[in-house]
Ligand binder design. Structure first.
Ligand SMILES: [Fe+2]
Length: 236
């Protein structure tokens, strides 16, 4: 099976509403490995209006260090990189805090958009994150905004911007959305995948099932295309 990177996970212990403990994080990483996922990006929530980047990065780096130390006691776990799931705020494209929140210290950030109607200003800021700061926004879990797709043309509008689009594995797994997910991937409206896993129960790692479905339905070439996008982000 071709491998993909889990680009969205809440797998660092005790830092947000994701993994609650070191044990849970290790168990989640083991599930990822069992599903053939060899590289996981930890993207804890960062809410700029409620948290300072310095404090967030300190907490994140401590959680990462604890997890890495524990990972050394286990074999066969995926590679770990870190980033953040940065919540959109007005003025983000002019803010220097995003420079410190990129994935694997390269040139992309995972950007969570509000669950309200996306205004022209928001689209403009997505573009300006690239034009003003040279950082490519990766729009997190585009499937979360699925309800207004038809009326607000979100996938089409994103297609006109210098952004990448991440979709969650559940988008591909659920029978109600599977066809739309595969079509968006085929039409290059989705570029990266993530489990958005939070725990071992209600939101466990599930990317393996999505990758299998994509391979079956769209063939190994589609996985290669995703791998190409992953490399673009991780090589920077
Ligand atoms: Fe998330």
């Amino acid at each position: 099976m071709n491998k993909v990177v889990d680009f969205h996970s809440h797998i660092l212990p005790g830092i947000d509403d994701g993994s609650a403990s070191l044990e849970e994080s290790i168990a989640m990483l083991k599930i990822e490995a069992e599903q053939g996922i060899e590289h996981v990006i930890a993207t804890p929530h960062f809410y700029p209006l409620h948290d300072s980047p310095e404090q967030f990065l300190k907490r994140r780096d401590e959680a990462e260090a604890r997890l890495r130390e524990e990972m050394e006691k286990h074999s066969g776990l995926p590679k770990l990189s870190v980033g953040a799931e940065v919540y959109y705020f007005s003025g983000i494209s002019d803010s220097d805090i995003i420079q410190g929140l990129t994935i694997d210290k390269k040139r992309c950030i995972l950007l969570e958009m509000p669950h309200t109607l996306w205004t022209d200003r928001m689209y403009r800021e997505m573009e300006d994150i690239w034009t003003k700061q040279g950082i490519t926004p990766i729009i997190a879990h585009v499937d979360r905004y699925i309800a207004p797709f038809r009326t607000h043309r979100i996938p089409q509008k994103l297609g006109e911007l210098p952004v990448l689009v991440q979709a969650n594995a559940s988008f591909f797994i659920h029978s109600a959305t599977k066809r739309m997910a595969l079509r968006m991937l085929k039409d290059d409206q989705v570029h990266l995948l993530g489990s958005d896993c939070h725990n071992l129960s209600t939101r466990a790692p599930n990317l393996g099932a999505a990758v299998r479905l994509i391979e079956q339905q769209l063939g190994p070439k589609m996985i290669e295309r995703i791998n190409f996008n992953e490399n673009e982000v991780l090589i920077g």
